[in-house]
Structure formats: structure tokens, C-alpha cells
Design a protein around this ligand. Structure first.
Ligand code: AMP
Length: 209
């Protein structure tokens, strides 16, 4: 069966990193909603302009905008990994039965807060660093393209809190939603990154039950 996977978990739980690893191993496309939105903002498209205030403040972009973007990106793809979508039950409903496995990377709020405040991203390419667990070789310089590293606007302390609140209020109901559908697998996100990857791979390869 084609793999149609959702990675679920609070912001800062390592979904992006795990998604990149998984997609490289499974050879399926990685559809990262946050990246698509950031690209639209960088390119200053009409959608980019529209979503900027929501993203900068850590709030969710309205459902109709992200649903349309995602469905356009999915096109006629048969297998994929969704990262950062769905974030609400309305978004989940828009996928109908297209998903056959949901992996929850479960990480408590205090661990998340520390991780997000030490995250740095490259100002040019998609590389992501963590000053504690995966720092760049040269301080503040991207290993891949040598551009300067920056902090995401939405990784500032007040915004981190808004994003956590949005997750617990709007997104966490999806845990029960997918539990009921019997396609949810939970991985302990406080483990080292490698162990999380191994746990996710095992869940992906096991039949739902
Ligand atoms: P991320 O990179 O996944 O942490 O997403 C960054 C920001 O993009 C979020 O804080 C939201 O403002 C917006 N965003 C990403 N995915 C969604 C989504 N599925 N629904 C609404 N807003 C989203």
C-alpha cells in the first residue's frame, strides 16, 4: 500500500528533521506546510502577504488557505509525508480517507521551549541547526551554504507561547481523532534524535492494529 503519513506533534518536537530523514529513506515526497507558507512569504506572493501576520504572531493561518495550498501541492501524488498539516479537525476532514498512518512525536512543553529558543535556521537555504544538539561548525554560519544563521521570527519567546497554546487548543484534538480511526502511533520525542527516527521507522513498517 502507498504510504500516506502524517507527522503530528507540538511545534519544536523535531517533525521537520524527522520528516527529512524519513522521506529520504522511504523515497516519498515531504510536504511541509510551514515551509510552503514561508516560501510564499519570502516570494511576497498575494498568499504570502495574507499569511504573514498569522505566522509572525504564532497563530494558525485560516483553514481555507492552507487546505487549498496543500491540496494543490498533493496534486495526484500517491504517497507522501505531511509535516505540519493537518493542524485542526477541519483540515483533517479535508483529507478524508487519504491518510493511512499518523505518527505522534510526543514531547512535553518544557523540553519544547528550550529546543525552540536554541533553534537557528539558515537565511538562504533550508538547513536547520540547534545551538545545543546540532550546532553549526562555525558559529552563526551555515555549514551547507555559508550564509548567516538567523532565528525564526516565530521562535521568539512570546510567539513560542502562542504556538504552544494553538497546538494544545486547536491541534491536540487530532490525537483522539486519529486514535479513533486506529491509525495513530505515539513515539517518545524526548529520546535522542536517532532513537526517535528508529521508532518512527518501526511504526511506519508495522500494520495498524
Ligand atoms: P511550522 O514550520 O510547521 O512550525 O509552521 C509555522 C507556522 O506556519 C505556524 O505557526 C502557523 O502560523 C503556520 N502553519 C503551518 N502549518 C499550518 C496549518 N496546517 N494550519 C495553519 N497554519 C499553519
Amino acid at each position: 500500500m502507498e504510504k500516506r503519513i502524517v507527522l503530528l506533534g507540538p511545534p519544536g518536537t523535531g517533525k521537520g528533521t524527522q520528516a527529512q530523514r524519513l522521506c529520504a529513506t522511504l523515497q516519498i515526497p515531504h510536504l511541509a506546510m510551514g515551509d510552503m507558507l514561508r516560501t510564499a512569504m519570502k516570494e511576497d506572493t498575494p498568499v504570502g502577504k495574507l499569511v504573514k501576520p498569522f505566522m509572525d504572531s504564532g497563530n494558525l493561518v485560516p483553514d481555507e488557505i492552507v487546505i487549498k495550498m496543500l491540496l494543490d501541492a498533493m496534486g495526484s501524488l500517491q504517497g507522501y509525508l505531511l509535516d505540519g498539516f493537518p493542524r485542526t479537525v477541519v483540515q483533517a476532514e479535508s483529507l478524508k480517507k487519504a491518510i493511512n498512518k499518523v505518527i505522534l512525536i510526543d514531547t512535553p512543553a518544557d523540553v519544547i521551549e528550550k529546543r525552540l529558543s536554541s533553534r537557528r535556521i539558515c537565511s538562504k537555504c533550508p538547513s536547520v541547526y540547534n545551538l545545543d544538539s546540532s550546532p553549526p561548525k562555525v558559529a552563526n554560519v551555515c555549514d551547507t551554504c555559508t550564509a548567516a544563521l538567523v532565528q525564526r521570527i516565530d521562535d521568539m519567546p512570546e510567539t513560542i507561547q502562542t504556538r504552544q497554546k494553538r497546538y494544545w487548543q486547536d491541534t491536540s484534538p487530532l490525537i483522539d481523532y486519529y486514535k479513533k480511526a486506529k491509525i495513530l502511533w505515539t513515539i517518545d520525542g524526548t529520546q535522542p534524535m536517532e532513537a526517535v527516527t528508529i521508532g518512527i521507522m518501526a511504526a511506519v513498517e508495522t500494520e495498524n492494529g
